[in-house]
Design a protein around this ligand. Structure first.
Ligand code: HEM
Length: 226
Protein backbone atom coordinates (compact mmCIF):
# COMPACT_ATOMS: atom_id res chain seq x y z
CA UNK A 1 0.00 0.00 0.00
CA UNK A 2 2.69 2.50 0.98
CA UNK A 3 4.63 1.67 -2.22
CA UNK A 4 1.52 2.31 -4.30
CA UNK A 5 0.85 5.59 -2.51
CA UNK A 6 4.41 6.86 -2.84
CA UNK A 7 5.06 5.40 -6.30
CA UNK A 8 7.90 3.10 -5.19
CA UNK A 9 8.12 -0.01 -7.45
CA UNK A 10 7.07 -2.98 -5.32
CA UNK A 11 9.43 -5.30 -7.22
CA UNK A 12 12.28 -3.49 -5.39
CA UNK A 13 10.87 -4.47 -1.99
CA UNK A 14 13.71 -6.83 -1.07
CA UNK A 15 16.15 -3.94 -1.37
CA UNK A 16 14.26 -1.27 0.56
CA UNK A 17 12.94 -3.70 3.15
CA UNK A 18 16.55 -4.72 3.85
CA UNK A 19 17.59 -1.09 4.34
CA UNK A 20 14.58 -0.20 6.45
CA UNK A 21 14.95 -3.33 8.62
CA UNK A 22 18.56 -2.37 9.30
CA UNK A 23 17.49 1.17 10.15
CA UNK A 24 14.98 0.16 12.80
CA UNK A 25 16.81 -2.80 14.34
CA UNK A 26 18.35 -2.27 17.78
CA UNK A 27 21.12 -4.70 16.71
CA UNK A 28 22.29 -2.35 13.93
CA UNK A 29 25.60 -0.57 14.49
CA UNK A 30 26.03 3.15 13.82
CA UNK A 31 28.09 2.38 10.68
CA UNK A 32 25.47 -0.04 9.34
CA UNK A 33 22.68 2.48 9.98
CA UNK A 34 24.62 5.19 8.16
CA UNK A 35 25.27 2.87 5.21
CA UNK A 36 21.58 1.86 5.04
CA UNK A 37 20.53 5.54 5.15
CA UNK A 38 22.92 6.38 2.31
CA UNK A 39 21.91 3.41 0.14
CA UNK A 40 18.20 4.05 0.65
CA UNK A 41 18.82 7.76 -0.06
CA UNK A 42 20.65 6.95 -3.31
CA UNK A 43 17.84 4.60 -4.38
CA UNK A 44 15.19 7.26 -3.68
CA UNK A 45 17.22 10.00 -5.40
CA UNK A 46 17.23 7.87 -8.57
CA UNK A 47 13.50 7.37 -8.15
CA UNK A 48 12.85 11.13 -7.74
CA UNK A 49 14.87 11.73 -10.95
CA UNK A 50 12.84 9.06 -12.75
CA UNK A 51 9.58 10.73 -11.62
CA UNK A 52 10.94 14.06 -12.84
CA UNK A 53 11.50 12.53 -16.30
CA UNK A 54 8.17 10.72 -16.31
CA UNK A 55 5.66 11.73 -13.59
CA UNK A 56 2.91 9.26 -12.68
CA UNK A 57 -0.14 9.37 -10.40
CA UNK A 58 1.62 9.05 -7.04
CA UNK A 59 2.87 11.14 -4.11
CA UNK A 60 6.53 11.41 -5.13
CA UNK A 61 5.49 12.54 -8.64
CA UNK A 62 3.19 15.16 -7.14
CA UNK A 63 5.97 16.46 -4.90
CA UNK A 64 8.27 16.64 -7.92
CA UNK A 65 5.76 18.38 -10.20
CA UNK A 66 4.20 20.73 -7.64
CA UNK A 67 7.10 21.45 -5.29
CA UNK A 68 10.46 20.59 -6.83
CA UNK A 69 9.75 22.24 -10.18
CA UNK A 70 8.25 25.27 -8.42
CA UNK A 71 11.38 25.57 -6.28
CA UNK A 72 9.51 25.23 -2.96
CA UNK A 73 11.21 21.93 -2.04
CA UNK A 74 14.69 20.66 -2.88
CA UNK A 75 15.42 17.19 -4.28
CA UNK A 76 17.08 16.33 -0.95
CA UNK A 77 13.97 17.35 1.01
CA UNK A 78 11.75 15.18 -1.18
CA UNK A 79 14.14 12.23 -0.75
CA UNK A 80 14.04 12.78 3.04
CA UNK A 81 10.23 12.81 3.06
CA UNK A 82 10.03 9.71 0.88
CA UNK A 83 12.50 7.91 3.15
CA UNK A 84 10.54 8.80 6.29
CA UNK A 85 7.19 7.82 4.76
CA UNK A 86 8.52 4.55 3.34
CA UNK A 87 10.10 3.40 6.61
CA UNK A 88 7.46 4.86 8.97
CA UNK A 89 4.60 3.65 6.79
CA UNK A 90 5.80 0.18 5.94
CA UNK A 91 7.59 -1.23 8.98
CA UNK A 92 4.97 -0.11 11.47
CA UNK A 93 1.90 -1.43 9.68
CA UNK A 94 3.54 -4.69 8.55
CA UNK A 95 4.89 -5.43 12.03
CA UNK A 96 1.62 -4.45 13.66
CA UNK A 97 -0.24 -7.04 11.58
CA UNK A 98 2.35 -9.76 12.30
CA UNK A 99 2.71 -9.03 16.02
CA UNK A 100 -1.05 -8.50 16.42
CA UNK A 101 -1.63 -11.98 15.03
CA UNK A 102 1.03 -13.42 17.36
CA UNK A 103 -0.55 -11.65 20.38
CA UNK A 104 -3.95 -13.15 19.53
CA UNK A 105 -2.45 -16.63 19.20
CA UNK A 106 -0.78 -16.17 22.61
CA UNK A 107 -4.15 -15.20 24.11
CA UNK A 108 -6.52 -17.92 22.85
CA UNK A 109 -9.44 -16.67 25.00
CA UNK A 110 -9.27 -13.27 23.30
CA UNK A 111 -8.91 -14.84 19.87
CA UNK A 112 -11.97 -17.01 20.57
CA UNK A 113 -13.93 -13.92 21.64
CA UNK A 114 -13.14 -12.18 18.37
CA UNK A 115 -13.90 -15.27 16.30
CA UNK A 116 -17.21 -15.92 18.05
CA UNK A 117 -18.51 -12.37 17.81
CA UNK A 118 -16.58 -10.27 15.27
CA UNK A 119 -19.02 -7.33 15.48
CA UNK A 120 -17.69 -3.95 14.25
CA UNK A 121 -17.51 -2.44 17.76
CA UNK A 122 -15.38 -5.32 19.07
CA UNK A 123 -13.16 -5.34 15.98
CA UNK A 124 -12.60 -1.61 16.45
CA UNK A 125 -11.79 -1.86 20.16
CA UNK A 126 -9.51 -4.84 19.36
CA UNK A 127 -7.43 -2.74 16.98
CA UNK A 128 -7.05 -0.01 19.63
CA UNK A 129 -6.22 -2.54 22.33
CA UNK A 130 -3.63 -4.31 20.17
CA UNK A 131 -2.06 -0.92 19.38
CA UNK A 132 -1.88 -0.17 23.13
CA UNK A 133 -0.75 -3.64 24.20
CA UNK A 134 2.04 -3.92 21.62
CA UNK A 135 3.09 -0.24 21.26
CA UNK A 136 5.30 -1.35 18.40
CA UNK A 137 7.46 1.78 18.12
CA UNK A 138 9.44 0.89 21.19
CA UNK A 139 12.44 3.18 20.86
CA UNK A 140 11.95 6.08 23.27
CA UNK A 141 10.99 9.38 21.69
CA UNK A 142 13.24 12.26 22.62
CA UNK A 143 12.01 15.70 23.48
CA UNK A 144 13.52 18.84 25.03
CA UNK A 145 11.44 20.84 27.51
CA UNK A 146 10.85 24.35 26.19
CA UNK A 147 9.82 25.58 29.65
CA UNK A 148 9.87 24.28 33.22
CA UNK A 149 7.24 21.59 33.57
CA UNK A 150 6.29 19.22 36.38
CA UNK A 151 5.25 15.68 35.47
CA UNK A 152 4.03 13.37 38.26
CA UNK A 153 5.83 15.50 40.87
CA UNK A 154 9.11 15.58 38.94
CA UNK A 155 10.36 18.97 37.81
CA UNK A 156 11.83 19.02 34.31
CA UNK A 157 13.65 22.28 33.67
CA UNK A 158 13.59 24.18 30.39
CA UNK A 159 16.34 22.81 28.14
CA UNK A 160 16.48 19.38 29.81
CA UNK A 161 15.98 16.30 27.65
CA UNK A 162 13.46 13.55 28.25
CA UNK A 163 13.06 10.13 26.68
CA UNK A 164 9.43 9.07 26.51
CA UNK A 165 8.78 5.37 27.05
CA UNK A 166 5.30 4.87 25.65
CA UNK A 167 5.16 1.07 25.65
CA UNK A 168 6.28 0.07 29.13
CA UNK A 169 5.09 3.25 30.86
CA UNK A 170 2.26 5.34 29.36
CA UNK A 171 0.40 2.53 27.60
CA UNK A 172 0.82 0.22 30.61
CA UNK A 173 -0.06 2.84 33.21
CA UNK A 174 -2.45 1.25 35.75
CA UNK A 175 -3.99 4.67 36.43
CA UNK A 176 -5.08 4.82 32.80
CA UNK A 177 -5.74 1.13 32.04
CA UNK A 178 -6.99 -1.41 34.58
CA UNK A 179 -4.82 -4.57 34.60
CA UNK A 180 -2.59 -3.00 31.94
CA UNK A 181 -0.48 -6.10 31.19
CA UNK A 182 -3.56 -8.05 30.10
CA UNK A 183 -4.77 -8.11 26.51
CA UNK A 184 -8.45 -7.23 26.82
CA UNK A 185 -10.01 -6.70 23.41
CA UNK A 186 -13.30 -5.47 24.82
CA UNK A 187 -11.79 -2.61 26.84
CA UNK A 188 -11.87 0.94 25.58
CA UNK A 189 -8.20 1.77 24.95
CA UNK A 190 -8.74 4.78 22.73
CA UNK A 191 -6.65 7.08 24.91
CA UNK A 192 -3.47 5.06 24.19
CA UNK A 193 -0.40 6.83 22.86
CA UNK A 194 0.80 4.18 20.37
CA UNK A 195 0.76 6.89 17.68
CA UNK A 196 2.54 9.42 19.90
CA UNK A 197 0.98 12.65 21.06
CA UNK A 198 1.16 16.32 20.18
CA UNK A 199 2.69 18.06 17.22
CA UNK A 200 4.63 15.01 15.97
CA UNK A 201 1.76 12.58 16.42
CA UNK A 202 1.78 9.98 13.66
CA UNK A 203 0.91 11.45 10.29
CA UNK A 204 -0.27 8.06 9.07
CA UNK A 205 -2.65 7.48 11.99
CA UNK A 206 -5.85 7.90 9.94
CA UNK A 207 -4.48 5.36 7.43
CA UNK A 208 -2.82 2.80 9.68
CA UNK A 209 -5.93 1.23 11.30
CA UNK A 210 -7.60 1.19 7.88
CA UNK A 211 -4.74 -0.86 6.54
CA UNK A 212 -4.46 -3.04 9.62
CA UNK A 213 -8.21 -3.60 9.78
CA UNK A 214 -10.80 -2.45 7.32
CA UNK A 215 -13.55 -2.06 9.92
CA UNK A 216 -12.53 1.46 10.95
CA UNK A 217 -15.20 4.03 10.27
CA UNK A 218 -13.10 6.98 9.24
CA UNK A 219 -10.21 9.25 10.06
CA UNK A 220 -9.05 9.82 13.63
CA UNK A 221 -10.93 6.85 15.03
CA UNK A 222 -7.81 5.40 16.61
CA UNK A 223 -5.72 6.80 19.44
CA UNK A 224 -6.05 10.20 20.95
CA UNK A 225 -5.27 12.85 18.38
CA UNK A 226 -5.60 16.12 20.29
C1 HEM B 1 0.28 0.80 13.14
C2 HEM B 1 0.94 1.67 12.40
C3 HEM B 1 1.70 2.86 12.91
C4 HEM B 1 2.16 3.15 14.18
C5 HEM B 1 1.97 2.33 15.46
C6 HEM B 1 2.84 4.43 14.10
C7 HEM B 1 3.43 5.08 15.18
C8 HEM B 1 4.06 6.29 15.11
C9 HEM B 1 4.66 6.97 16.24
C10 HEM B 1 4.70 6.46 17.67
C11 HEM B 1 5.17 8.15 15.78
C12 HEM B 1 5.96 9.18 16.59
C13 HEM B 1 5.05 10.24 17.16
C14 HEM B 1 5.83 11.19 18.06
O1 HEM B 1 7.03 11.43 17.85
O2 HEM B 1 5.22 11.70 19.00
C15 HEM B 1 4.90 8.22 14.37
C16 HEM B 1 5.28 9.27 13.55
C17 HEM B 1 5.11 9.27 12.18
N1 HEM B 1 4.43 8.34 11.44
FE1 HEM B 1 3.54 6.67 12.12
N2 HEM B 1 2.80 4.87 12.81
C18 HEM B 1 2.12 3.95 12.04
C19 HEM B 1 1.84 4.04 10.69
C20 HEM B 1 2.25 5.05 9.86
C21 HEM B 1 1.92 5.16 8.45
C22 HEM B 1 1.07 4.16 7.68
C23 HEM B 1 2.55 6.28 7.98
C24 HEM B 1 2.56 6.88 6.61
C25 HEM B 1 1.70 6.65 5.66
C26 HEM B 1 3.23 6.91 9.10
C27 HEM B 1 3.94 8.08 9.02
C28 HEM B 1 4.48 8.73 10.12
C29 HEM B 1 5.24 9.98 10.01
C30 HEM B 1 5.53 10.75 8.72
C31 HEM B 1 5.61 10.33 11.31
C32 HEM B 1 6.40 11.56 11.76
C33 HEM B 1 5.45 12.67 12.17
C34 HEM B 1 6.19 13.89 12.67
O3 HEM B 1 7.33 13.79 13.17
O4 HEM B 1 5.61 15.00 12.59
N3 HEM B 1 3.01 6.13 10.23
N4 HEM B 1 4.22 7.08 13.98
Amino acid sequence: MICQLLGVPYQDHDRFQGWSRRLISSATTKEEALQATQELGAYLTELVDAKDREPADDLISRLVVQQLRAGTLTRQEIVGMARLLLVAGHETTANMIGLGTAALLQNPDQLALLRTDPNPALVKSSVEELLRYLTITQSGRRRVATEDVTVAGQLIRAGEGVIIVAGDAANRDPDAFADPDALDLARSARQHVAFGYGIHQCLGQPLAPEWSCRSSTGPFTAGSRP
